[in-house]
Ligand binder design. Structure first.
Ligand code: KIV
Ligand code: NA
Length: 266
């Protein structure tokens, strides 16, 4: 299968074809989603919440992200592999960002990187793009700033819609190839999508974005507890895995596993 590249994403958007982004943090997820036709695999720093067991994305390190990214990149045959730059690894300066992002390309085998922030990140986006690193921006609710934003809340309501639009314009102007809109009211996301020529990728941003993104453990029902409003559960992997593990435990205890067909003769 032909590798999806940024011009393909732009082509789909310009012909009105919606495309998909889904997180992946390891080999099997990457293989399965790649074969299912997901165009972009995001090695998200949501690994903090979904792989490493942290409450936020803030503790995730560059080394952790690079290891996950390489596993996804070597497993995806068609999808574009996008990696998140973690908190603290790019905000200090455009130079810091370039040094970090180039490691993701060289060691993580990423095809592009994603970073959080709007107008204030424009010089950084320009620096990366100038140095040959494609950048996806991420505005609206930005989890790395959750302590500044005061928790998980919808961004860009009321007067703040203007700021969301200005941030979107600034990242496009700086050279971002796409922009994620997270937890933005649907009408605001629609207005941003209308105003920009680069694709908008929505998560909790309504139906009018050019593409959608979800965290795979949410989408597949692996996570426990209540998922956010913007998640749709397409499977119940948690239930299925719990059933399988429970059956395994029972069969070992009652002696029905392993059976003759799982054992070697002398
Ligand atoms: O880390 C992540 O999974 C993300 C998406 C939610 C956009 O940034
Ligand atoms: Na992220």
């Amino acid at each position: 299968p032909r590798r999806i590249r940024i011009p393909h994403l732009h082509e789909m958007t310009s012909t009105g074809e919606r495309w998909t982004m889904l997180t992946a943090y390891d080999m099997y997820a990457a293989e399965i989603f790649d074969e299912a036709g997901v165009e972009v695999l995001l090695v998200g720093d949501s690994a903090g919440n979904n792989v490493f067991g942290y409450e936020t994305t803030l503790p995730v390190t560059v080394e952790q992200m690079i290891a996950l990214t390489r596993g996804v990149a070597v497993s995806a045959r068609r999808a574009l592999v996008l990696a998140d730059l973690p908190f603290g690894s790019y905000q200090a300066s455009p130079e810091q960002a370039y040094l970090t992002a180039s490691r993701f390309m060289k060691e993580g085998l990423a095809h592009a990187v994603k970073l959080e922030g709007g107008a204030e990140m424009a010089p950084t986006i320009e620096r990366l793009v100038r140095g040959g690193i494609p950048v996806c921006a991420h505005i609206g609710f930005t989890p790395q700033s959750e302590h500044t934003l005061g928790g998980y809340r919808v961004q860009g309501r009321g007067d703040a819609a203007e700021k969301t639009l200005a941030d979107a314009r600034a990242v496009e102007q700086a050279g971002a190839f796409a922009v994620v809109l997270e937890m933005v009211p649907a009408p605001t996301a629609a207005a941003v999508t209308e105003a920009l020529s680069i694709p908008t990728v929505g998560i909790g941003a309504g139906p009018d974005c050019d593409a959608q993104v979800l965290v795979w453990q949410d989408m597949a029902g692996l996570r426990g507890g209540k998922a956010p409003r913007f998640v749709k559960k397409y499977a119940d992997l948690r239930g299925e895995l719990a059933r399988a593990a429970g059956e395994y435990v029972r069969e070992v205890k009652d002696g029905s596993f392993p059976a003759a067909e799982h054992s070697f003769e002398s």
